[in-house]
Design a protein around this ligand. Structure first.
Ligand SMILES: Cc1ncc(COP(=O)(O)O)c(C=O)c1O
Length: 357
């Protein structure tokens, strides 16, 4: 049983899994509801993930499932969400959900939030009295920035909104509240005729898109802002870094000035939803030759080959949904990029692997 066609401005949502994982059980889509006085609705107290499951010749395969679930656990830790769910339980829940959905490809959305104890309601900002609820839903999601974007690239702007400051809302946590900032960036971009907006950090350096990390190609070197530019530590970003390393392309984390976007040879976004999407103009200034550049194309090709299961990944990145657990556990080791995520002064901040382990 699937929902009716959901036709909204940026994407189509044609198929939704009719069951939802809830605190370890499967419930019907229509029963997955919260009270209107839940803490999360008033104070933004949720953390979540976005994971893609790809169609491969060996059936559906979830891309970097453990890394995503580990980031969910990291976000929960930052927000002192003391929940009982283990990495294993969350991964198993997501796999069973995809199995039950019968979809061969989908987008998986785990979410953990502060709800309402109806017998002992609490309405204040203090989150501690409110119980935690954990859900995982799934739906079939097409190309986030449009079908043509992958080949032709997108026209974007630099947003008038800055990204969150590290000492206000941690960009490292994928919290629902951070996406109020993303919505400001996205709405401004759409209303001005752009597909996406790029936010600068509070110092004026390039941070990221409303829902994507960004890469810049200068000559034969690929650059991306460090974690200290208030970015989400993207799993796709990490995948791109590892793909570059495997292809022998020099990749560096660097603070990037806004003006460098205009004179770059190539620019592209990375993200679970956006995958690897070229940027063809910024603020109506053409980037490079105005389409998908050769280095972007090379990285994109490898990324799609890996997600389709047609090429060996640098790490064990695919979890095959229909394979026995043992086969998958061999296929599931952590493999964060070896690049050190540097602070703005170039000092190592933390390794990605440390962030994920
Ligand atoms: C703000 C933001 N930055 C970056 C990303 C890319 O992260 P990932 O590659 O893990 O999806 C996302 C998508 O989740 C995002 O919302």
């Amino acid at each position: 049983m699937f929902s009716k066609d959901g036709n909204i401005k940026d994407v189509k949502t044609p198929r939704i899994c009719d069951v939802v994982w809830h605190n370890g059980e499967f419930i019907n889509w229509s029963d997955a509801r919260v009270h209107v006085m839940s803490h999360v609705l008033h104070y933004g107290s949720s953390i979540f993930e976005g994971i893609r499951c790809y169609s491969t010749k060996q059936g559906p395969a979830v891309f970097r499932l453990r890394e995503h679930m580990q980031r969910l656990l990291n976000s929960a830790k930052i927000y002192r969400m003391d929940h009982p769910w283990s990495l294993e339980q969350l991964c198993d829940g997501a796999i069973e959900l995809v199995q039950r959905s019968k979809m061969d490809q989908c987008y998986i959305r785990p979410i953990l939030f502060r709800s309402l104890d109806e017998e002992h309601p609490a309405f204040g900002v203090n989150p501690f009295p409110n119980p935690l609820a954990c859900y995982i839903g799934a739906w079939d999601w097409g190309k986030y920035l449009g079908d043509e974007a992958i080949e032709q690239g997108v026209d974007v702007c630099v947003s008038t909104w800055n990204r969150l400051t590290p000492n206000s809302m941690p960009a490292m946590a994928k919290s629902g509240a951070n996406y109020m900032n993303s919505q400001l960036i996205k709405m401004e971009a759409l209303l001005n005729g752009f597909a996406e907006g790029i936010a600068l950090d509070d110092r004026g350096y390039v941070s990221e898109g409303s829902g994507e990390n960004i890469f810049l190609v200068a000559g034969d070197v690929v650059l991306t802002p460090p974690l200290s530019s208030s970015i989400l530590p993207g799993i796709t970003r990490d995948s791109v870094i590892q793909i570059c390393q495997e292809l022998g392309i020099t990749i560096k984390e660097r603070t990037i000035q806004r003006a460098a976007l205009y004179v770059a040879d190539e620019l592209f976004f990375s993200g679970t939803a956006a995958e690897v999407t070229p940027i063809r103009s910024v603020d109506r200034i053409t980037v490079g030759k105005g389409g998908r550049g050769p280095i972007t194309e090379k990285i994109q090709k490898v990324y799609f080959e890996i997600t389709k299961g047609e090429r060996q990944a640098p790490g064990k990145w695919l979890t095959y949904v229909n394979e026995p657990k043992q086969a998958n556990s061999d296929n599931n080791g952590f493999a964060g990029s070896k690049i050190e995520t540097a602070g703005s002064d170039g000092e190592p901040l933390m390794s990605y692997q440390t962030a994920l382990d």
